[in-house]
Design a protein around this ligand. Sequence first.
Ligand code: HMG
Ligand code: MG
Length: 304
Amino acid sequence: MEKAPSSSVEIVEVGPRDGLQNIAEFIPTSVKQELISRLRLAGLRAIELTSLVSPRAVPQLADGRELLEHPHIQGLLADTSLRLPVLVPNIKGLDVALQRGVREVAVFVSATEGFSRVNTNCTRRQGVERAKEVVVRAQEFGISVRGYVSCIFSDPYDGPTEPSSVLSCVKELLAMGCHEISLGDTLGTGSPRDVRKLLTYLKDNGIPMSRLAGHFHDTHGNAVANVWEAYHCGLRVFDSSVNGLGGCPFAPGARGNVATEDLLYLFMKAGIDTGIDISKVVDTGAWVSGMLGDQLGCNSCSQP
Ligand code: HMG
Ligand code: MG
């Protein structure tokens, strides 16, 4: 899997997973499939398709298996030039992914205890061990693994995060074999100053910026600025969600991911190549907001 050259950035579209997971009313699998198809047609080459987690934890994505079996999704999965990760919490999820031709999975750990317990029913340490089991088995099958570290700045239950906790999660995920670590500002509380401080700390402690991705939620409207700061610190991979959809059911009050449209506009105006057709993404955003209608507001309904 090639990294984007340094003069360009890679956008990882997480709308079909992070964007939809917190929406209460079930979205038909056919709509999810069409969303992915439209994103691909807009030029996105890295799309997180869904998650294979406990259906009780995230009922909205309980159709992950069916989605992956859809002939159109199977066709995309056969294209080895695309990155189509699927989020898995454990071996059970990995095995389902393996049986459906998935070539990249994403594991997730929290830098903090509170979110780890609520999101994955385990301690931070147990979460890292669980991720390791997935990575070891994935590697036996030649599956690449992306790692997420959540709550890089703050935790909805524990408050501010120690940078040393982020560092140890990043180190452990890299050591176990994750090819890229996506740093999740799950609550969207970070500012550009926080971004620079954390990335400088990670760099000073030996973490190559080329192995990191930025995953910024937009609770306080800082996400685009955070991406720009992270770009200047050396990051070249950014997660985003069409129309700014998104949020985590276990991070109450957090808003969606930074909007893919906003990132494309930012980079286009800066003369930085993304290889993506912004007008088609804007059309896809309008289409998905039409499909979801009133549901779009629900990410902001729950308060911390
Ligand atoms: P648990 O209850 O401790 O696990 O949950 P368990 O092994 O005891 O299993 C409980 C039930 O779940 C069983 O079913 C299992 O079969 C089933 P039952 O026998 O009771 O009917 N189960 C599964 N079903 C399907 N697929 C699976 C699976 N695993 C177990 N893979 C567990 C532990 C981790 C499974 C659960 O807490 C869970 O699924 N958590 C995931 C929560 C989640 O998806 N959160 C959102 C994604 S993370 C996020 O959004 C942050 C991110 O965007 C970055 C950022 O913004 O920071 C990535
Ligand atoms: Mg997220």
